[in-house]
Design a protein around this ligand. Structure first.
Ligand SMILES: [Zn+2]
Length: 195
């Protein structure tokens, strides 16, 4: 199954703020993502920030294929984050994993970290495993673009979790998908409506 098959199969969820599991890895690793994982079974939820590392090479910013993961641990969901570890590919491995470092403020025993590690694994395990977890695992964005961090305003942006410039192709696909499913965009009320 290809990516466009998945889109054509209408697996995008329409709830505001919920990200399709099929789209979640790309979302989490977009650069400036804030997201909440929810286990439907236990009702447990955790909120994380995943920020891409930028190194300066010859005084020019170069985005690296690694990310700082932080965990929300206080009442202020804009500032109460603590550093958890690095999301990166290790030892030439093709899969992203969470690496704890000397500065990590949380250990691999924490449920929040076990949950993140498991979800990261599921999202990289292909179609069947994602499908098997689709009713149990929910991922929500915080209403800001995963790539640039700006507030999302139009319904399609909210549905895909990224602004129009940061997710050009995705917006296009999503709009086509909506059309096929007779879903219209109510600009005034900022929602998608099934006709
Ligand atoms: Zn953006």
């Amino acid at each position: 199954m290809t990516e466009s098959d998945i889109i054509n199969n209408s697996r995008f969820e329409l709830t505001s703020g919920e990200i399709s599991l099929y789209d979640s890895l790309e979302y989490i690793l977009a650069g400036k993502a804030t997201f909440t994982l929810l286990s439907v079974n236990t009702g447990k939820r955790f909120t994380y920030q995943c920020n891409q590392v930028t190194d300066y090479i010859d005084n020019k910013p170069v985005k690296q294929d690694k990310f700082f993961l932080s965990l929300l641990n206080g009442p202020d969901n804009t500032s109460d984050y603590m550093y958890a570890g690095m999301v990166e590919k290790l030892n030439g491995n093709n899969f992203y994993t969470l690496r704890f470092t000397a500065k990590s403020k949380v250990t691999s025993d924490a449920i929040s970290m076990k949950a993140f590690i498991l979800v990261l694994e599921i999202l990289q395990s292909g179609f069947q495993r994602i499908e098997n977890n689709r009713t149990q695992l929910k991922i929500y964005h915080d209403g800001n673009c995963a790539k640039c961090g700006r507030k999302l305003t139009d319904p399609i942006s909210v549905a895909v979790g990224r602004g129009p410039v940061c997710a050009k192709m995705q917006h296009k696909q999503y709009a086509l998908d909506c059309k096929k499913r007779n879903i219209v965009i109510d600009k005034k009320n900022n929602v998608l409506i099934q006709m």
